[in-house]
Design a protein around this ligand. Structure first.
Ligand SMILES: Nc1ncnc2c1ncn2[C@@H]1O[C@H](COP(=O)(O)OP(=O)(O)OP(=O)(O)O)[C@@H](O)[C@H]1O
Length: 242
């Protein structure tokens, strides 16, 4: 077990944003959080990172857990010259070799001398990912990493995540709106709407009434990827588990 949320609730001021969230992330798995706008996805990530304390319940992290974080947005002042190479050395200085290795791993090895503000959306995400990998994380946490990318870009990014997972064996927790790709690329999906509506393998979540109520019954051919069936049960709240 890498991270566990136990009966975790989070409030912003008087508003309860997350309530009674329970889940755990195991070594090496890819878990995706999906949910409508304002459902608490970023709040969940911030709580897991430890920057937002739960109002009740708790988060447990494995001892010495290393987290690599790719934020949803990072604005870089356009008037501030900053090469990719220099960006990778903030805040911890790294050698040219290590920088090149990180950029090569994420497929942007030719960009070291480019200005950060001149990168395309896809290149920027890959540089952020390269930076997150520098700490050799046990878990990578990415908040909507494919926002603004086109379809080939989204697919390529997910392939890269899978490749990185295989190479370094890290777990991956990501927030995403790309439902079809998510369903294909995740080991497990958590469907969030202020609380966990349902969670499980993609096929379990796809068939859950809570998921279908939030996202509609999607084109089954696009989602018919995992056809091995899992047994699951519905608890007294109508939530499903495998
Ligand atoms: N710092 C804050 N202070 C007060 N309310 C906040 C704060 N941050 C988020 N909220 C509120 O908490 C709720 C959940 O926000 P959050 O950003 O976690 O949702 P989200 O699922 O990530 O949304 P999106 O998909 O639009 O990024 C929203 O109603 C939001 O307005």
């Amino acid at each position: 077990m890498l991270i566990t949320a136990e009966d975790m609730s989070v409030t912003h001021g008087a508003a309860a944003v997350l309530r009674d969230v329970n889940f755990q992330i195991e070594k090496g798995e890819i878990v995706t959080v999906i949910g409508p706008n304002g459902s608490g996805k970023s709040t969940l990530i911030r709580a897991l990172l430890g920057v937002l304390p739960p109002s009740s319940g708790r988060i447990r992290r494995a001892k010495g857990l290393r987290i690599g974080y790719v934020p949803q947005k990072l604005s870089i002042d356009a008037s501030l010259p900053m090469t990719v190479r220099r960006f990778l050395s903030l805040p911890v200085r790294i050698s040219d070799d290590v920088a090149l290795q990180a950029l090569t791993r994420t497929g942007v090895e030719g960009l070291a001398d480019r200005q950060m503000v001149d990168l395309s959306g896809g290149q920027f995400q890959r540089v952020l990912l390269a930076r997150a990998l520098l700490s050799r994380p046990d878990i990578l946490i990415l908040d909507e990493p494919t926002q603004g990318l086109d379809h080939p870009g989204i697919n390529a990014f997910y392939e890269l995540i899978e490749q990185v997972r295989q190479e370094i064996g890290c777990a991956v927790l990501l927030v995403s709106h790309d439902l079809h790709v998510v369903m294909r690329a995740s080991d497990r999906v958590i469907c969030l709407n202020g609380h966990i509506c349902c969670q499980g393998t993609p096929s379990v979540v796809r068939n859950a009434p809570e998921y279908q109520a939030l996202f509609g019954v999607s084109d089954s051919s696009a989602l018919a990827i995992y056809e091995h069936h899992h047994d699951h049960i519905h608890d007294e709240n109508g939530c499903c588990h495998d």
